[in-house]
Design a protein around this ligand. Structure first.
Ligand code: URA
Length: 240
C-alpha cells in the first residue's frame, strides 16, 4: 500500500496533504524518514510515525501469555491440535506468536499483531535475553555446566555464550537456569542434549524485562506501554 494512502486511511490527512507531509520529511517508516512519493509500506509489518507519533492502523495489541505444555505455537494446525490462539480466543484481533515455544514447552510467550515489534524481538541481530528453567536427565557436573556457558557445537554451529546456574539436583535429574539471547529452533534442548543431559521439561521464565509474575498457566495479560518501549529499546541496544 502507498504510504500516502495509508496516512489518509488512518485519518492523518487527505491523500494530497499526506504527500506534502511525506516530502516535508515529517513521516518515518521503521524509524527512518521517508521523503519519496510513491513509497510503499506493508501495514501488517511496517511502523509508521507522523511527527514522532505512531500511526495506528488496526490497533496494535501485545499480550504476554503463560503457555501451558500441549499447545502449538502456530495460528492453525492441520492435525487439529490445540494452538496458543485457543488460549486468547476472547481477543477479537488477529494475533500471532512472537517466536516459538515447542508443543511440550511452557512459559512466557508474547503475542502481537505488530509485525515490526515481532521482527525486533526475534531477529538474531537484536539480542534480547530469554531465561529458561529446564529439568534435565542426570546430575550436571561443573565442567558440563561450563561447556554450556562457553558455547556448544550444534549441527547449525556454535552457540553464543550462555548464563547457566544449577538450581537443584534431585535423584537422577537436575534443574538448570539457562539464559540465552539466540533463538534457534529447539536450541535449549539441543544444547542440553549436546552435553549429555536431555531435557525432561522446559519453561521460559523471562523474556527481556518481562517475567511470568502474576500470570498463571493458560492465562495472559496485556503489556503496558512502558514495557513495550523497554523491549524495543533493548532490541535497539539501549541498556537497562
Ligand atoms: N529452546 C527449546 O529447545 N525449546 C523451546 O521451546 C524454547 C527454547
Amino acid at each position: 500500500m502507498r504510504l500516502s494512502q495509508y496516512l489518509a486511511h488512518a485519518g492523518v490527512a487527505s491523500r494530497r496533504h499526506a504527500e506534502e507531509l511525506i516530502t516535508e520529511g515529517k513521516v518515518k517508516v521503521n524509524g527512518v524518514t521517508v521523503t519519496e512519493l510513491g513509497s510503499k509500506i506493508d501495514p501488517e509489518i511496517d511502523r509508521v510515525e507522523f511527527n514522532e507519533q505512531l500511526i495506528q492502523g488496526e490497533p496494535k495489541i501485545y499480550l504476554l501469555l503463560n503457555k501451558p505444555s500441549g499447545y502449538l505455537c502456530s495460528v492453525s494446525d492441520p492435525y487439529g491440535r490445540p494452538t496458543v490462539l485457543d488460549l486468547v480466543s476472547k481477543i477479537d484481533q488477529r494475533l500471532y506468536p512472537v517466536g516459538r515455544l515447542d508443543f511440550d514447552s511452557e512459559g512466557l510467550l508474547l503475542m502481537t499483531n505488530d509485525g515490526y515489534f515481532n521482527n525486533q524481538m526475534i531477529h538474531p541481530r537484536y539480542k534480547i535475553n530469554k531465561e529458561y528453567q529446564v529439568w534435565v536427565k542426570g546430575k550436571v557436573e561443573f565442567g558440563e555446566e561450563n561447556q554450556l556457558r562457553r558455547g556448544v557445537e550444534l549441527d547449525d554451529g556454535m552457540t553464543a555464550p550462555a548464563e547457566v546456574q544449577i538450581l537443584q539436583t534431585e535423584g537422577e535429574r537436575s534443574l538448570l537456569r539457562i539464559t540465552i539471547h539466540e533463538g534457534r529452533k529447539r536450541q535449549v534442548k539441543r544444547m542440553c542434549s549436546a552435553i549429555g543431559h536431555p531435557v525432561i521439561s522446559l519453561k521460559r521464565t523471562a523474556f527481556g524485562c518481562l517475567s511470568l509474575q502474576g500470570v498463571s498457566s493458560g492465562k495472559f495479560r496485556r503489556l503496558m506501554p512502558a514495557e513495550i518501549k523497554q523491549l524495543l529499546d533493548m532490541a535497539a541496544g539501549r541498556q537497562y
